[in-house]
Design a protein around this ligand. Structure first.
Ligand code: GUN
Length: 296
């Protein structure tokens, strides 16, 4: 069994990005600038956005954190997005999800300029991804592809089972694993809450990608020997012994499933850090495209 070490690979990617940023600086070019919009005080979202902004510093990007109160109206958020769309200084931005219930998520994602949509959530970018066109690939699926590629995990002709059909992970992952090329060329099954006999499906899988948010859902009895397991779950489970009063738990019963797996991602230290590294990669790409559009 080999650990797919997202922490290590994400640090390599950040080092590679730092080299690119240093080259930009030497040439006197503008460095990439990412903005992140956070509405409300959700603890997990605060942590994620904080990590995204901190990672910008680490690679030499500029960053802006826009914090709005949980009472923000949809119109106020749409106005902020319009401001960011027009701001020549900002190369890319994200609106952290989930949003408070008074705000329509679809309307918000549609309002983001696709050229600045480094999350790849706008229908234009999502459609381009499905059609194999150059675009921003959503950071978590992009990070999973990168992990599979850097560990040279064979995906061609394999049966990939994706658990969960969220717009952020499961749905795009199911599309990407079936695309031509590497990683890809898999035969994909997308399972969800209405799937019957899920164990029958997972026990035939060569590769399992779980994005469910149910701690320890995937058990050893549900997988075959030598399976590749990618755990996207990051649920906070109360734990009195942990310094913060909780521990981050994945969807996979790691202790037992890892004994059967050929490759497996840990939680934490697997997919999570890769998401941030790929957001930075998309922001670097956004800067390069921005310069190509307006010459600076
Ligand atoms: N919430 C959970 N994951 C993500 C993500 O990748 N991007 C944004 N914007 N919100 C999220």
């Amino acid at each position: 069994m080999e650990i797919l070490d997202g922490k290590k690979i994400s640090n390599q990617i950040k080092d590679e990005i730092t080299v690119e940023v240093d080259k930009m600086k030497k040439k006197g070019e503008k460095v990439p600038h990412l903005a992140a919009v956070l509405v409300g005080n959700d603890g997990a979202s605060l942590t994620y956005v904080g990590s995204k902004v901190k990672s910008c510093e680490r690679v030499g990007f500029e960053s802006t954190l826009v914090k709005l109160p949980s009472t923000t109206s949809e119109l106020e958020l749409l106005n902020k997005i319009e401001e960011l769309n027009k701001d020549e200084n900002i190369d890319g931005f994200i609106v952290q999800l989930p949003l408070p219930e008074q705000i329509n998520e679809q309307k918000v994602l549609m309002a983001i300029d696709p050229d600045k949509d480094v999350d790849g959530f706008h229908p234009t970018n999502f459609g381009k991804m499905a059609l194999d066109m150059s675009t921003f690939i959503p950071a978590t699926p992009f990070g999973i592809l990168e992990l599979l590629e850097r560990y040279n995990v064979e995906t061609k002709g394999k049966h990939t089972v994706v658990i969960g059909r969220s717009h952020i992970v499961g749905r795009p992952m199911s599309i990407l694993m079936g695309r031509k090329g590497f990683p890809g060329n898999s035969t994909v099954t997308l399972t969800h809450s209405h799937t019957k006999n899920i164990t029958q499906i997972t026990s035939q899988a060569d590769i399992i990608i779980t994005a469910l948010g149910q701690p320890n859902y995937l058990k050893a009895e549900m997988v075959k020997d030598d399976v590749v397991v990618i755990d996207v779950g990051i649920t906070r489970v109360p734990d009195e012994d942990a310094p913060r009063g909780y521990k981050i738990t994945g969807d996979v019963d790691f202790e037992n499933v890892s004994k059967k797996a050929s490759y497996i991602t840990p939680v934490p230290g697997g997919v999570g850090p890769m998401t941030i590294a790929m957001l930075l990669k998309n922001t670097l790409l956004a800067r390069e495209r921005h310069r190509a559009r307006n010459g600076q």
